[in-house]
Design a binder for this molecule. Structure first.
Ligand SMILES: [Zn+2]
Length: 774
């Protein structure tokens, strides 16, 4: 039926355009190993990824020492003279203090104008305990080596380039913190910083973080990067959310810079499956395309003045980057809102709308949003209940998360369409459209207020949708005189799709299947609200007096929901390529000669069930005296594993307080981390010095209430700490050592090829706990 098809055509066109907009947000194609010598080739860089990410190499492990030596060798091979900065670093957050021995590698590529400011490029070479770390952060490390190689084929740049391979990023940014400790030197020496990360192993490398006062750096970035994927939305999100990459201490030191990461392939993040074979070479190429172009650019231009007022920047389509001063957003927001009010007034004048009905239309969208969110929440809960195995993964998302995300969006669309189909029997199109635009205007005001440089996200779609509404009002007033009016208003729907569809897609990738993914449903409701002029015609056919509701769109979207769920179900089982994650560890309570198998999961899974035959899910005060939360555990054979030792080097009393100098020894080889916690109130301290460094004054309350200190990569000979207790009496401390791997206990079932250890610091470790009284 042609008339039915023509009603569908605008919506179909918008859908296809949205699919194209999402498709275009992709990394560049990887260049082959025989690409010109001056270019970055992901295939060449892949050879370094293969060595760096051969096996897990957490801080302090022999495997990490191998990676360190390999990087030193490769840098010398490239004609540089690298230095090893072997030092101790400390990071404190909340009641946790992380400290450790870090071995940063620094190499300087000299420029033609020595003495000026340099470009600093960094990535971390340590990995998580269970992960080979091809994506996190082998890709960043390998990109640095390949970029260096490409740069060496040309003449020197004007400025020096400092290449920093940090250690201990995974345990509190220890390497970057150590490097950034001398803030004054850093500000003197470094003009601009580029940090490279991976939160997954695939997808485009996003320029997800920018230092404050970003006008200069964004302008230069836009000039130089061949495939810039960036958004002020990320910039604003990062200003409001806590974050943890090596970029943080450098940004906090006041440096100007950019932070890059690919975020797709989340189930591979920190997993044993983050192998070189699984790394998306497009992501690696994207890292390299930024790194080489930006080092060449920043290495040439003046780095004297690197701050300017914030810019707004975003990709309207693919890697096309638009930028303008963020200060322009205020007139844009005010102008757009004023125009909307004028058009609404015009509609009212034509008796197509009243103030009350406009309010009703606005409430209708709010109701639609609530409906979509509620259904999305229900679907997430259903998936979590039906497939508990997904819960082992970060974000509760296994490799097939996309199927459920499609189901989530389709369910939202189905309900939204059904709801608006029902509404359109009672409310006129202008009421529904005008009300939706009013809600978007209010959200725009919120953005303008709280996240000014991301106001573009709603301002342009709203401006275009308002103009389209005006166009339709004119057309209705003079039918036949404006035959292109329909096409015009359809074209004006494109900005909403171009800006919101890829944003929605990125939010799905970032938030996986956590409750935060519901934010993408807010964007969905806003997008559908803006597209109402194209949606309403397919929801019903206006008869003489009434509107006949059509089930086609809600039914179609519901069908897609069911297909998504079916695909998810069909792909639920793990394979050796996409393995299931499982969590288990062994802990010996050396105080009582008791040992336990423990798991972070609430229930045993298919593999841990073989061992946890009669598990208990309750608190375990013998191991975790301060913890009231339940933990899955079962008694295990007690092995004769020696605990850590704490010996007193000096013990004096000053002004009624005990001042102690202690030597903490791991007690057994292979210990990657030592944890020291106060056993009771006697562990309240007045001050604390670890690794020769005073625990920062910013956490005096932490010290007073008893801090947990984690020593990473402890020397076998021991670590010295000094402290002063609050009380004069005896001091009781709990020391727990942690080494990688489960102990060789009889009857331990082997891991099938399709099951791997879950990420984390406890997963597949052997721990020994001992209480020490001093
Ligand atoms: Zn990382």
């Amino acid at each position: 039926m042609p008339s039915s098809f023509s009603r569908w055509l605008p919506l179909l066109g918008l859908f296809l355009f949205g699919a194209l907009a999402i498709y275009l947000v992709k990394p560049p194609r990887p260049l082959p190993a025989d690409a010109p010598a001056g270019e970055f080739s992901a295939y060449r860089a892949q050879r370094d990824v293969a060595v760096v990410a051969r096996q897990p190499h957490p801080i302090g492990s022999p495997a990490n020492a191998q990676v360190r030596d390999y990087l030193l060798h490769r840098l010398r091979e490239l004609g540089l003279a690298p230095t090893l900065l072997d030092t101790s670093a400390l990071a404190a957050s909340g009641s946790e203090i992380n400290t450790g021995r870090v071995q940063n590698i620094v190499a300087r590529l000299p420029g033609r104008q020595p003495g000026g400011k340099a470009v600093l490029v960094l990535a971390h070479y340590d990995s998580q305990p269970q992960a080979p770390g091809a994506g996190d952060d082998g890709a960043g490390v390998a990109a640095m080596l390949e970029t260096l190689r490409a740069l060496r084929t040309g003449p020197p740049l004007a400025h020096d380039v400092i290449w920093l391979f940090t250690d201990g990023e995974e345990v509190g940014l220890l390497g970057a913190r150590a490097y950034a400790a001398d803030t004054a030197r850093l500000r003197r020496e470094v003009g601009v910083v580029l940090n490279f990360e991976g939160r997954g192993n695939a997808g485009p490398s996003l320029t997800f973080e920018v230092s404050a006062q970003n006008g200069w750096v964004i302008s230069e970035y836009a000039r130089a990067a061949p495939v810039p994927i960036a958004s002020s939305l990320f910039y604003e999100a990062y200003r409001h959310l806590p974050n943890d990459t090596d970029f943080t201490p450098l940004r906090q030191a006041g440096l100007t810079g950019l932070n890059f990461a690919f975020v797709d392939g989340f189930p591979f993040y920190h997993s044993p499956a983050d192998t070189p074979a699984h790394l998306d070479l497009g992501s690696l190429q994207h890292h390299g395309s930024y790194m080489l172009s930006l080092v060449r650019h920043f290495g040439t231009i003046s780095l004297a003045q690197t701050k300017a007022p914030d810019y707004t920047f975003f990709n309207p389509l693919g890697s096309w980057l638009v930028r303008y001063p963020a200060a322009w957003n205020l007139p844009l927001t005010l102008g757009t809102s004023t125009l909307l009010l004028l058009v609404a007034a015009l509609a009212a004048q034509r008796r197509r709308l009243s103030a009350a009905s406009l309010l009703g239309g606005a409430l209708a969208l709010v109701g639609g949003l609530a409906l979509v969110l509620l259904a999305g929440w229900g679907l997430l809960a259903l998936v979590a209940a039906l497939y508990p195995a997904y819960g082992a993964f970060y974000g509760k998302a296994a490799y097939n998360a996309l199927a459920y995300q499609v189901a989530l969006l389709a369910l939202g669309t189905s309900l939204f369409a059904g709801y608006y189909g029902w509404l359109s029997r009672h409310l006129r199109p202008d009421t529904l459209v005008g009300g939706a635009l009013l809600v978007v205007a209010l959200l725009l005001g919120l953005l303008q207020w709280q996240a000014v440089s991301s106001a573009f996200l709603l301002a342009f779609p709203l401006l275009a949708a308002t103009l389209a509404w005006a166009l339709r009002l004119r057309q209705a007033a003079a039918p036949g005189r404006l035959p292109a009016g329909g096409v015009g208003s359809w074209l004006l729907a494109l900005p909403a799709v171009a800006l919101l569809a890829p944003t929605l897609y990125l939010l799905l990738i970032i938030f996986a299947l956590t409750p935060l993914v519901l934010i993408s449903l807010v964007f969905l409701a806003v997008l559908l609200g803006l597209l109402l002029p194209s949606i309403l015609p397919v929801l019903g056919k206006a008869g003489a007096t009434t509107v006949r509701f059509s089930w086609q769109l809600p039914g179609l979207a519901l069908g897609v929901t069911l297909i998504g769920l079916a695909v998810g179900h069909a792909t639920r089982l793990p394979t050796s390529d996409q393995p299931q994650q499982t969590h288990l560890f062994y802990a010996l309570d050396a105080d009582h000669g008791q040992a336990y198998w423990l798991s972070a999961a609430p229930r045993p899974d298919a593999w841990t069930r073989l061992l946890l035959t009669q598990p208990q899910y309750q608190p375990l005060p013998a191991l975790f005296p301060k913890q009231t939360t339940s933990v899955l555990h079962q008694a295990a054979p007690a092995l004769a594993l020696p605990p850590a030792t704490l010996s007193v080097l000096a013990d004096t009393t000053v002004g009624g307080h005990r001042r102690l100098r202690l030597l903490l020894r791991p007690g057994r080889p292979g210990v990657l981390a030592l944890r020291l916690s106060p056993a009771d109130a006697s562990g309240q301290l007045r001050w604390l010095r670890v690794a020769g460094q005073q625990v920062p004054a910013l956490v005096p309350r932490t010290v007073a209430s008893g801090a947990n200190i984690n020593f990473f990569a402890p020397r076998l000979g021991g670590e010295v700490l000094e402290l002063e207790t609050a009380a004069p009496g005896p001091l009781q401390l709990v020391v727990t050592t942690r080494s990688l791997g489960l102990p060789p206990v009889l009857g331990l079932p082997p891991l099938p090829a399709s099951v791997v250890p879950a990420p984390g610091y406890n997963s597949f470790t052997t721990q020994v706990k001992k209480t020490i009284q001093l």
